[in-house]
Write a protein that binds this ligand. Structure first.
Ligand SMILES: C[S@@+](CC[C@H](N)C(=O)[O-])C[C@H]1O[C@@H](n2cnc3c(N)ncnc32)[C@H](O)[C@@H]1O
Length: 261
């Protein structure tokens, strides 16, 4: 629904001085009528997380062609593409998976590391790990972490970033193997990478919940139940096209929970 300026306390238009009228018109048009704002502007509109200030410009995740080719050759023809879950989406994930201090959270393909930092800051997990194949995005994540360590953020000591292929790098395999909750924004990952990842998740002994932006291909995740209800997580590519429109409710993510034996 289009927002309307409140009329409370505003004198009738006919009685207003012309310069005041002009000022009101300028303010109203700036606040409510800004058609054609560039999509990059809109992509920055996100609700801040209450305890985590990792709100950076998504364009920073851009990488050069050489790096794109490297990632695509390893993880699938579109794997270098980029988009992010927004802080409000991560909050929904934390609530649905009941992420807490007994958990080790891993974001597979962690980009610039926002979700990993938010998980540590907002949910108090024992360990929060990001695995990212792009050296540029990994460096931004590490830089954000270093800044928080320098600021004395208590949660920073529970965060780690690994630069490497999530399904082959030894440190990544260790992190996945000891995780309890995993998120993977897997929309752009190639089929082979997804199949190998699914196998790693099935074999992770303490893994209890997995959230993905699309379900794994048949036969899914053996030993896990795919929740009937998807989890609506706001994503960066879902911003409204016009500023006065509300945020879409979220992108439907798959939630897997380990079956009880
Ligand atoms: C869609 S972005 C998701 C960023 C972040 N997880 C989020 O949802 O906000 C996916 C990221 O996965 C990375 N990636 C692709 N294949 C990978 C692999 N095999 N191992 C680690 N990272 C990978 C890409 O470079 C990209 O930064």
């Amino acid at each position: 629904m289009r927002r309307q300026p409140s009329g409370a306390g505003v004198p009738p238009l006919a009685t207003m001085r012309p310069e005041l009228l002009l000022l009101c018109a300028a303010v109203a048009s700036a606040a409510y009528i800004v058609p054609g704002a560039p999509i990059s502007e809109l992509a920055r509109r996100r609700l801040p997380s209450p305890t985590c200030d990792v709100i950076e410009d998504i364009a920073a995740a851009a990488i050069d062609d050489e790096e794109k080719e490297m990632i695509n050759s390893i993880a699938g023809p579109r794997a270098a593409g980029y988009g992010e879950m927004l802080p409000q989406g991560m909050r929904a994930l934390i609530a649905r998976t009941r992420l807490g201090r007994n958990d080790t959270f891993v974001d597979v393909g962690s980009g610039t590391g926002k979700l990993v930092l938010q998980a540590a800051a907002d949910s108090g997990v024992a360990r929060s790990v990001g695995v990212e194949l792009s050296p540029t995005r990994h460096a931004l994540a590490q830089q954000a972490l270093d800044e928080r360590i320098a600021q004395g953020a208590d949660y920073a000591s529970r965060v780690a970033f690994i630069c490497g292929d999530a399904i082959a790098d030894p440190a990544a395999l260790e992190a996945i193997g000891s995780s309890t909750v995993i998120f993977c924004n897997n929309l752009l990952l190639g089929d082979e990478t997804q199949a190998k990842l699914a196998q790693l998740l099935e074999e992770a002994p303490s893994l209890r919940a997995v959230v993905t932006s699309q379900p794994f291909a048949y036969p899914g995740l053996q030993g896990f139940a795919l929740g009937e209800q998807t989890l609506a997580c706001a994503m960066s590519w879902q911003v409204p096209l016009r500023q006065w429109e509300p945020m879409p409710p979220g992108y439907p993510c798959a939630v897997y929970e380990r079956r009880k034996e």
